[in-house]
Ligand binder design. Structure first.
Ligand SMILES: Cc1ncc(COP(=O)(O)O)c(C=O)c1O
Length: 431
């Protein structure tokens, strides 16, 4: 026999959850995407690429139109599609000519690909700490990590807003470094009015299933530099087989891969791109509503928006002050999950604490590229304590919710706040 769940008792202790049914998965595919995909499937071809030096080197019609539309939307000269942001990040590293003997400074609070893209070309990721307000890379920490090997900074625009480019751009200029903007999470956000992803040398966007607009998988690299664009295209499409015939390119051999986008994905991406502004507005409106409610709760800090930035709230981050709140972040996350709202426990583990870096095994047992070799005599530090702000966020302070994602509405946001208030009102009952 079912026992009746009590109101006013925390769901974690057997009470009735605030949100009885789990939130439905976010899936924004409509008739237009279906029509676009059907058009390509009916008419073909499914891919217009060939790894040869002719017109097919640049991909099929849908790919090219998508790239042109993307470049127009973000006011940039070149957009090069890829089959993921991970491969586009690798394309960025190749485009900049970064390889063995080079270091790239990356934040440790990001998806692992921001760092592994560097490793993929035999260069060494060096981790700098983050700003505790924006969770993006901290320029002061970056400056301390610059060595004679440093070639670039990977500035990740995390969770919907930009890194501190007012400080990063002059720093890069002073030390002759390139900046790659990993903008996988922040399309449509701006820095001083400029679209994020277009502020520095190269920007990268993602179309994976968790992103603001998505095609399951997919990525785009953008740049105003024609040489970077061409090198990215060579990396995307078997440059080794193409470049001998490409006499307009005179920078020597290049080692490419198959990072090409299909026509089906490009057709879907074109429709999704048209939805971007609508989805951004919806998310930001719900986030503003949530911020208004949470700002009154001691111990919870809603997203900080740097005055140079607009924030598109890819994910709604909350910082927890355990002392002020009277219980721990993990207790909050557990109690909220029982009330029907899943929240993250600290986003990702700081990347340098992953086994790959702890054991320094990227290419079998060689120790390459971390250990001393013909090109490199640096000393990357992957020890615990290396980036104390990130570790504190991960262990104690950081959480996020996806309750502001479209198609959720003010109702779900209000229920989220109600659940939060209920948990806080019953904090003495948390174990
Ligand atoms: C900041 C960041 N960079 C890179 C990636 C990699 O994107 P993709 O899955 O398209 O390869 C992600 C994906 O989660 C991301 O969030």
């Amino acid at each position: 026999m079912k026992t009746k769940r009590k109101r006013g008792v925390l769901a974690i202790n057997g009470g009735k959850p605030v949100m009885a049914k789990p939130l439905p998965a976010v899936h924004i595919m409509d008739k237009e995407e279906i029509a676009a995909v059907s058009r390509v499937i009916r008419g073909g071809p499914l891919s217009g690429f060939a790894g040869v030096h002719n017109d097919r080197f640049f991909g099929g019609k849908e790919v090219r139109v998508f790239e042109a539309e993307f470049a127009k939307k973000f006011k940039i000269k070149h957009a090069v599609s890829f089959n993921s942001a991970t491969t586009a990040l690798h394309g960025a590293i190749v485009a900049l000519g970064i390889g063995p003997g080079d270091e790239v400074i990356v934040p440790p609070y990001t998806m692992s690909a921001s760092a592994t893209a560097v490793l993929m070309n035999g260069a060494v990721p060096i981790f700098a700490d983050i700003d505790e307000r924006t969770f993006c890379i901290d320029p002061k920490s970056v400056e301390k990590r610059i060595t004679k090997y440093t070639k670039a900074i990977m500035a990740v625009n995390l969770l919907g807003q930009g890194a501190d480019f007012a400080k990063l751009l002059p720093l890069a200029k002073k030390h002759n470094l390139a900046i790659i903007e990993d903008n996988a999470q922040s399309p449509d956000a701006t820095w001083r009015g400029k679209p994020l992803g277009t502020v520095c040398d190269i920007g990268v966007f993602s179309l994976n299933v968790h992103k603001a607009i998505q095609t399951g998988e997919g990525g785009i690299l953008v740049t105003n530099n024609p040489t970077y664009a061409l090198r990215a295209q060579l990396c995307r499409n078997h440059g080794e087989a193409v470049v001998d015939d490409m006499h307009e390119y005179d920078s020597g051999p290049i080692f490419g891969s198959n990072y090409r986008m299909t026509e089906v994905v490009a057709a879907m991406a074109r429709v999704q791109l048209r939805r971007l502004d609508f989805l951004t507005k919806k998310r930001v409106a719900l986030a503003n509503r949530l911020t208004k409610a949470l700002a009154k709760i001691p111990g919870l800090t809603p997203p900080f928006v740097h005055p140079d930035n607009t924030h598109v709230i890819h994910r709604y981050a909350i910082r927890v002050d355990e002392k002020k709140l009277g219980f721990s972040r993990d207790q909050l996350v557990e109690a909220m999950a029982a009330e029907g709202f899943s929240m993250s426990r600290g986003y990702v583990k700081p990347i340098y604490l992953l086994r790959l870096f702890q054991e320094r095994k990227a290419f079998n047992r060689t120790g390459f590229p971390f250990e001393k070799n013909t090109y490199y005599n640096g000393s990357p530090d992957y020890s615990k304590g290396n980036c104390p702000v990130v570790e504190r966020m991960f262990e104690k302070e950081f959480t996020f919710t996806d309750v502001c994602q479209y198609p959720y509405t003010a109702r779900e946001v209000d229920l989220f706040v109600a659940a939060m208030k209920k948990v806080i009102a019953h904090k003495d009952e948390l174990s």
